[in-house]
Design a protein around this ligand. Sequence first.
Ligand SMILES: *Cc1c(COP(=O)(O)O)cnc(C)c1O
Length: 359
Amino acid sequence: MGKIFFTPGPAHLYPTVQKHLLEALNLNLGSISHRGKQFQGIFAETTANLKSLLGIPEGFNIYFTGSATEIWEKSLSSCAGKSSFHFVNGSFSKKYFEFSKEIGLAAYKAEAPMGEGFDIAKISIPSEVEMICCTQNETSTGVQMPVADIHALKDRYADKLVFVDAVSSLPHPNFDWNKVDNVLFSVQKAFGMPAGLGVWIVNQKTIEKAKALKAQGHVATPYHNLLSLVENGSKNETPATPNTLYIYLLGKIAADMLAKGVENIRKETSTKAQMIYDFCEKSEMFDPFVKNIAHRSETVIVANTKSPAAEIIESLKKDQIVLGAGYGSFKDSQVRIANFPAVSIENVEMLIKKLSNNY
Ligand SMILES: *Cc1c(COP(=O)(O)O)cnc(C)c1O
């Protein structure tokens, strides 16, 4: 039996990755032109499959970048002339906020202590803000922003663009696409692929905003900005030479997930999350870090540990199980258990059995 990775990214590979990767090599996808019909067909198929999988309606386009981090930068640079607002409750949301300051925008934030979420009714966003940036699943702390809270923000601030980082949760969250303007993710988390591809789902309102800023003389980053992605994307192409192999692979994984049924995947994710949280609640060794059940992530479960986390992680290695360490300053006192579609219910049962035996 091979190793099972419960790490939150890079993560366990989706079971069909190997098959599709071999097929991609047989099709010579490492060598084909990115300005030809074959590539355009792959681009079209992958975006169509993602739209079906995630229920994305007409009016949204999908673009590819090198990473999700890149989309933080390009979104701020292309879509805000003056200011952005950030919900900060961990290391990833904080970096998105800091990028805004670094590129010279007025960056506002609402900050929650580590392990806690937001009472959004109590938060008000200044009128000059153009972009509201939410991290739906904060991978460093295991805190989620409930999708209903994100939708409620759009109801309250219809004039502002809502950006959602769903890097470590998609395809789990079920967005109402009338209530979000942008969603971004990368493939090495819940899609179970090797790292190296960012995906930006964008609506027309966002594109109009970028065009209006450009017309006012605003200058966005030259390598990948929203309008260069839009221009090339209209031909099912990318501005620079893309990761054709992974664009192909993502289309195939999305098709496999479609065949399984996104509702089945979401149900299974919730079942596995409940199993892991139930185990942690009962255990003497583990304790869920996030106390408010509504804010507990279903895809990245973070637990405080009584023994040093490194010892626990080491003890599972002989069983071919790889757990994630705590993030940053929580490295010694927490473990992170990724619950992505690539790990099965049987894998989670085995993890719980081993942990129960050991502790
Ligand atoms: C991993 C992660 C990112 C960064 O993704 P990259 O593909 O490494 O750029 C951004 N946001 C969240 C919430 C993440 O978990």
